[in-house]
Design a protein. Structure first.
Length: 230
């Protein structure tokens, strides 16, 4: 029998591509997506993606969504408590693997391994060590479609917020910016690709600066259409 796995799901391209790879290559069965959600804003933590779009992703991936609500602001202790409870529930549901879309940050990988140590759940990193310039273009060539939802203006121009993650964008990235945004230069929302059973229609909303980051507020397409019809 395949090991039952949860995938840490950020709503972005890396976790989406990790799902694609897990379904193709690894001797595990992904049985759910695990996401931390800011319970005040009702959005995916860091990516600021609306929960409605997160649920649409889970539906398109044909997987149940396991939401871990966290307060805002959220201390590290509060985050770890919430995640510990989520891991306990996962273990009770016979989950034995937790997969992550991390690429090369050793401290993040070590932290995840440490926190899962002794839980009975093993960490798995299906994209680890892949060269990000190649990986970014492989994602696009493989049919993944995503938009930038968050930009760190200290590393990348705010004008990139809301743009398509495509070959043109990669060509325009400054040389100091990782093509996958692994150092936090940008975050994305994946809306189409081989990991989904249908495209998630989104509309570009307002671009705002908050907490030192620039966010592009993506909307479910129906929301924009409904407002236009009022």
């Amino acid at each position: 029998m395949k090991a039952r796995a949860l995938l840490s799901w950020s709503s972005g391209k890396d976790s989406a591509w990790a799902l694609h790879q897990l379904r193709r290559q690894h001797d595990v069965e992904v049985v759910g997506l695990l996401t931390t959600v800011n319970e005040v804003a009702d959005r995916v933590a860091m990516h600021a993606v609306r929960s409605a779009l997160l649920r649409a992703q889970a539906e398109a991936a044909c997987l149940p969504l396991h939401v871990v609500p966290i307060p805002s602001p959220c201390s590290n202790a509060e985050y770890e408590t919430a995640m510990s409870l989520a891991i306990e529930r996962a273990r009770a549901d016979r989950i034995s693997v937790m997969a992550f879309g991390d690429l090369f940050l050793e401290d993040i990988r070590s932290y995840r391994i440490e926190k899962l140590s002794g839980t009975g759940i093993a960490p798995l990193f299906p994209l680890w060590g892949l060269p990000t310039p190649t990986l970014a273009r492989d994602m696009i060539a493989g049919g993944l479609r995503a938009r930038l939802t968050c930009v760190d203006p200290k590393q990348l121009a705010p004008s990139f917020a809301g743009r398509e993650f495509d070959a043109a964008l990669l060509d325009e990235l400054p040389p100091n910016v990782d093509p996958c945004g692994e150092r936090g230069e940008f975050h994305t929302f994946a809306y189409d690709g081989p990991m989904f059973h249908g495209k998630i229609s989104v509309e570009a909303g307002e671009v705002v600066e908050r907490g030192g980051f620039v966010f592009a507020d993506l909307l479910p397409a129906s929301s924009e259409q409904e407002r236009a019809g009022r």
